[in-house]
Design a protein around this ligand. Structure first.
Ligand SMILES: [Mg+2]
Length: 412
């Protein structure tokens, strides 16, 4: 789709810039043992889910194809197309070098943070699927092996009457009893009708009472059956966030997410350290360098990287390693299709401090159809022993839900 960047970029052009391509580095592609594989093509297609999921496929001369997924966002497919010349001809098993190669090559497009990181992550996830298939091991094995056989999933819940505490409690009950989850999340930045001004970030006393009532009704209803987190989407002032966190300390809150905007670490730290309510932050930061500050400043009780947004499977592992040094658990934010959700579960299997992976599509109805295998069952993902990510795109389902104008992947 869009501009053909292979026409604009000469991959053989001589650069003085640091270049990590196999040719420049003198790295041989020949490995033996069926590992002398070469990338021949990179393709994307976008599926119209409850987010525009960007699926990525990497093709090789060995006939093995890797499937990945980037975090959704405008411009991501174009960025992946832009990067294609930098990986074609390379051995897909050199995941770390290719990753750093892309970060260096894409510095002009902004590869420190934002959608370029997201686009690189889409390729990185596909490389893990590909490497697992070539080496005939599950992706978690590439990350160091397993801490657990199944990954706990928490269900992001919604109700039409989102400001009605009883309606939220009813939905919590339904999701626990009918859908089988033992971990939930509700939005707490819902209008109460008591707001005077939603721009100033200040919570009036009545608004705090209303939010505390939602927390009370939901947690009391599913007590002993489910853990419940509450998300504030970066809405409140530091002072209001502290008052809210304090007001819900008496209830069994799994965590309170993003009570303040993400940019100012000093405020984040102050809010987190003011309360025994566990504070979760992380979906708006990129790569280990940015998540590291949150953790080192002890501005977070639970860190919440979004695997394909933050930079991919190995990047999330690195974040988990830093978090583990501060005894901080990892709850993976996730709004992806089954592909990146399964990739997040592989990361979760391989890190000691994994708490849960999010599921954000229960209202969609066909999320599970996108792959041939079962992914979430009774609120858990069993980590597959199949090579790579262990999921196979159902091409009929992909074709049926593709964004208009997109092209279906080529056969392997
Ligand atoms: Mg959130």
């Amino acid at each position: 789709m869009g501009i053909d960047y292979t026409e604009l970029h000469d991959p053989n052009a001589e650069y003085t810039m640091r270049d990590l391509s196999a040719e420049t580095m003198g790295v041989t592609r020949e490995r033996g043992g069926g590992r002398d594989v070469e990338i021949t093509d990179v393709q994307t297609t976008m599926v119209d889910g409850n987010f525009p999921w960007t699926l990525v496929r990497i093709y090789t001369d060995a006939g093995v194809v890797g499937t990945g997924e980037a975090y959704w966002g405008a411009g991501v497919p174009e960025l992946i197309e832009r990067m294609e010349p930098f990986v074609v001809g390379e051995n897909p098993l050199d995941i770390d070098r290719l990753y750093e190669h892309l970060v260096q090559k894409m510095s002009g497009e902004g590869s420190v943070e934002g959608i370029t990181v997201t686009a690189i992550a889409g390729i990185e996830v596909a490389l893990h699927d590909l490497a697992g298939k070539i080496l005939e091991v599950p992706a978690y094995q590439l990350l160091g092996g397993k801490y657990r056989d199944e990954m706990r999933v928490y269900c992001d819940c919604h109700t039409e009457a989102e400001a009605d505490p009883e309606a939220c409690a009813d939905e919590a009950e339904r999701v626990v009893e009918e859908l089988g989850y033992d971990a939930l999340k509700f939005d707490l930045d819902v209008p109460s009708g008591l707001e005077k001004d939603r721009a100033n970030r200040h919570l009036r006393p009545g608004e705090i009472r209303h939010k505390a009532e939602i927390v009370e009704k939901v947690t009391e209803r599913v007590k002993d059956r489910a853990d419940v987190a509450f998300d504030c989407h970066w809405t409140f002032s530091g002072g209001s966030a502290k008052r809210l966190a304090s007001a819900i300390e008496e209830y069994d809150v799994w965590w309170l997410e993003d009570p303040v905007p993400p940019e100012n670490l000093a405020v984040q730290q102050e809010v987190t350290q003011s309360t025994i309510t566990p504070i979760t932050v992380g979906e708006n930061r990129y790569r280990v360098t940015e998540e590291r500050r949150l953790i080192e400043d002890q501005a977070v009780d639970i860190v919440a990287p979004d695997m394909p947004k933050v930079g991919g499977m190995r990047e999330t592992r690195k974040i988990a390693d830093v978090a583990n040094q501060y005894y901080v658990p990892v709850a993976m934010h996730n709004v992806s299709s089954p592909v990146a959700t399964m990739a997040s579960a592989h990361v979760g299997a391989a890190i000691p401090n994994a708490l849960a992976v999010e599921y954000h599509s229960y209202e969609l109805g066909w999320w599970a159809d996108l792959v041939e295998e079962d992914v979430i069952e009774d609120g858990y993902i069993e980590i597959p022993e199949r090579p790579g990510l262990g999921v196979t795109l159902d091409m009929d389902a992909v074709a049926g839900h593709m964004v208009e104008g997109e092209t279906l992947f080529d056969e392997a």
